[in-house]
Write a protein that binds this ligand. Structure first.
Ligand code: UTP
Length: 290
């Protein structure tokens, strides 16, 4: 079975990015010249996914605008004969078949995913967290799809996190199945103490889930932070049916944090075809002043 649907939850308040997130969704913060969410849609599309549901919220209408055609720009660019720019705008809008739904209250990632039930139906589906950008040679969603196709179970994209930070992440109970691939039998969201953590492997931004997760989510009470946690539902799934985890290849940027946003723009800015060389020159001079 191939994964054909993806859900991008992008309805969170983004309090770590205040004050900008009050008016600009963190999922719309740019890396060079494209918003974070554009990288996610491209990643899903590059993994062969055709239908994408973005979960938004009031005040986040600019996400929909970004993936729409723009009559104003198209008219102006046509008049000026700027066919390359025209093509660029069309490419963005035509990358995938995207639909939108609102989460009316930010009650947690699990609550947001529940909004995708009608869109997903009985299919297994991918989730790309709206503020987690992962740049890799093979799209990380595709890496997860390969594990899914081999084992037929839900798959979590994981990375080891520093042990001193483990209480800020979720922690997975795992047994290695093959190099970098694990069987998951339990997990916990934000363990209270380091001793309560199963391991320092944590889910970072990508999962593939069976539709069964919706029944579990319906019965999931609010957990850490008073929110309905997707991790709590995945813990039940892991215990009842099992899940897999993949230590994926790729560099992750947490666009929901100020440091992650800055890091993304420095590293990807240096790689940019358009401005990379000039930016590198600037940085080399600038570090001398530090
Ligand atoms: P986060 O936990 O990083 O988002 O969720 P947050 O709650 O916005 O962050 P802070 O702590 O206030 O800064 C990961 C992804 O899930 C979405 C977010 O938009 C983000 O892309 N999310 C989170 C929802 O869609 N709904 C929610 O209720 C919570």
């Amino acid at each position: 079975m191939k994964i054909k649907k993806a859900v991008i939850p992008a309805a969170g308040l983004g309090t770590r990015m205040l004050p900008i997130s009050k008016a600009v969704p963190k999922e719309m913060l740019p890396i060079v010249d494209r918003p974070a969410i554009s990288y996610l849609v491209k990643e899903a599309s590059d993994a062969g996914i055709e239908d994408i549901l973005v979960i938004t919220a009031g005040g986040k209408e600019c996400i929909e605008d970004y993936f729409d055609y723009s009559a104003v720009y198209e008219k102006r660019l046509t008049e000026k004969g700027k066919t390359d720019d025209l093509r660029l705008l069309r490419e963005v809008a035509d990358m995938a078949n995207i639909t939108f739904i609102r989460q009316k209250e930010a009650m947690g990632l699990g609550h947001a995913i529940l909004k995708a039930r009608a869109f997903v139906g009985e299919d297994d589906f991918a989730v790309l967290y709206g503020d987690d950008i992962i740049v890799s040679e093979t799209p990380v969603t595709k890496q997860l799809c390969c594990v899914y196709e081999k084992y037929g179970l839900g798959v979590a994209g994981v990375k080891p996190v520093p042990w001193e930070d483990v209480t800020r992440y979720c922690s997975l109970k795992v047994d290695e199945a093959e190099k970098g691939v694990y069987r998951v039998s339990d997990m916990v969201e934000k363990p209270k103490r380091r001793e309560d953590a199963f391991s320092n492997l944590s889910i970072l931004g990508r999962v593939i889930l069976p539709a069964q997760i919706f029944d579990i989510l319906e019965n999931t009470a609010p957990g850490a932070g008073g929110e309905i946690q997707l991790t709590d539902a995945m813990a039940v799934l892991s215990r009842e049916k099992g899940m897999m985890a993949l230590d994926f290849e790729g560099r992750r940027y947490d666009m929901g944090s100020k440091l992650g946003f800055l890091t993304a723009n420095v590293i990807e800015g240096v790689k940019s075809e358009e401005v990379g060389e000039d930016f590198k020159k600037f940085l080399k001079e600038f570090v001398k002043e530090l």
